[in-house]
Design a protein around this ligand. Structure first.
Ligand code: HEM
Length: 441
């Protein structure tokens, strides 16, 4: 009996606290005046559930069209304008739909504190590059960044694909495996990562914060950072790499154009082996435009909510003053702004990048795919060249055909285009391995 009455009392306390929070969040919170769905204002749980259902980018796009004009108006027929006012997508979080506001949120050092959205422990124990602030963050970027040589990897990838597709095995020894299942675990964890980050109550009350102390680059921290780099670098780049072929395969006319361009440049001797970043930019404009359009614009691999906390005194986002709360933008939303990408913000149309330099420059300002400001992607400088180099090489070496539903199940059928090139590269590799055998003995 006593237990029952205790349970009833506990339930009443929980209910009262919940009711208080809902009422406070909806009517008395500093962000109460900002438009947005009522349930988003009341609790952060709906956003967490939407993330769990894997519908967040589409949801954000829909509600920015509906509420981003400063009021609750019905969206006009397509393409609906995004509006230019920040909207409330969780009790303490505002989302700005306008690309013009990206600089207001991400560039000002005064707002360079990352919001609680990052505190999920999924990207390793804090403090890590995503959670530390100020000078320590700057020093860590310097230590973790640095020049990389990716051309060798492109050649290696082409060689591996050739071997895989044309008779030889991958071979465990050469480690073409997901070492210790790191990427699989990362991907498996993403759903929870998104859920925990968005549901503030869970994050702040139920999560036990684990901290690893010591110097920024102590051995244990260094290992944690390397794991972060592998996780955040490989899956994003892989997604961007597969999105462009995905679009190309479903738009055969684009694939044909790209192939003609690559063949022509190849015939004129303009491409090294493998094609270099500068060569793609200079001689393969259509190919470059397709990479920008598919893997980076329409399917930004990181459509996360990269929240910042407005610093002391608040932040001016466009014409709106935001109090000292969390604010964010979203690549999937701003990169579909009909004002910049009209008349077809949803279509895969690489030609839009080739219409005029002025238009292209304007569209570039909407790109949030790698983040912006002091926390811009650490390895953007090598991820972009990698994208520009690999796909022309695949087109150059293989005939690509296949069917698609979704990147996850993208099946590609590669057929060798140039038998002679394959035999030559095989002979070259054999010569190399006998040479190394000689050196080893
Ligand atoms: C197409 C590929 C990639 C995309 C789309 C991408 C996207 C992003 C985005 C949007 C951010 C900003 C997050 C924020 O505002 O907090 C970011 C940060 C970061 N990225 Fe990337 N990334 C890519 C490749 C890579 C690679 C290859 C690496 C390294 C191996 C890497 C390492 C990092 C790190 C360490 C940060 C945190 C930087 C900081 O907070 O100072 N990324 N990335």
């Amino acid at each position: 009996m006593m237990l029952v009455s205790l349970a009833i009392r506990a339930s009443l306390v929980v209910l009262s606290i919940t009711a208080f929070c809902l009422i406070y969040n909806t009517f008395f919170h500093p962000l109460a005046k900002f438009p947005g769905p009522w349930y988003a204002a009341a609790s952060s749980l709906p956003l967490a559930v939407i993330s769990l259902l894997k519908r967040e980018p589409q949801y954000l796009l829909r509600i920015t069209c509906k509420y981003g004009h400063g009021g609750n108006i019905a969206p006009p027929p397509p393409p609906p304008p995004l509006g230019d006012k920040p909207i409330r997508i969780a009790p303490t979080l505002l989302l700005s739909p306008k690309s013009a506001h990206i600089k207001d949120i991400y560039w000002d050092a005064n707002h360079n504190t990352e919001s609680g959205l990052y505190n999920t422990v999924m990207l390793g124990h804090p403090p890590n590059i995503f959670t530390i602030d100020g000078n320590e963050h700057r020093a860590l970027r310097k230590a973790l960044g640095g020049p990389h040589q990716k051309s060798d990897l492109i050649s290696l990838f082409i060689a591996k694909m050739t071997r895989l597709c044309f008779g030889e095995t991958w071979g465990f020894v050469e480690k073409l495996i997901d070492e210790r299942g790191i990427l699989r675990s990362f991907r498996d964890g993403l759903v929870l990562f998104g859920f925990v980050g968005r549901w503030r109550g869970f994050r702040e009350t139920l999560m036990v914060e684990a901290r690893v102390d010591g110097e920024p680059l102590s051995p244990i921290r260094r290992r944690a950072h390397v794991t972060i780099l592998v996780m955040v670098g490989a899956d994003t780049t892989g997604t961007a790499l597969s999105s462009t072929p995905n679009y190309m395969l479903t738009h055969p006319e684009c694939l044909k154009k790209a192939r003609a361009e690559v063949d022509e440049a190849d015939k004129r001797g303009l491409l090294s082996n493998p094609a270099q970043y500068e060569e793609t930019k200079a001689h393969l404009p259509y190919m470059a435009a397709s990479t920008k359009e598919g893997g980076l614009l329409l399917r930004p691999p990181a459509t996360n909510l990269f929240g910042r906390v407005a610093g002391k005194g608040g932040a001016k986002v466009g014409s709106v003053w935001v109090p000292e709360m969390e604010m964010t933008s979203n690549a999937y939303v701003v990169q579909r702004d009909p004002e910049l990408f009209a008349p077809d913000p949803e279509s895969f149309r690489p030609e839009r990048w080739l219409e005029s330099e002025e238009k292209s420059a304007r569209m570039e300002t909407a790109k949030l795919v790698f983040g912006v400001g002091p926390r811009v992607c650490l390895d953007k400088g090598t991820a972009v060249p990698e994208l520009y180099k690999l796909f022309p090489e695949i087109i150059r070496r293989y005939l690509v055909g296949g069917g698609v539903a979704y990147n996850k199940d993208l099946l590609v059928n590669l057929r060798l285009r140039d038998e002679e090139w394959y035999l030559e590269s095989l002979a070259f590799k054999q010569a190399l391995s006998s040479m190394s055998a000689v050196f080893a003995s």
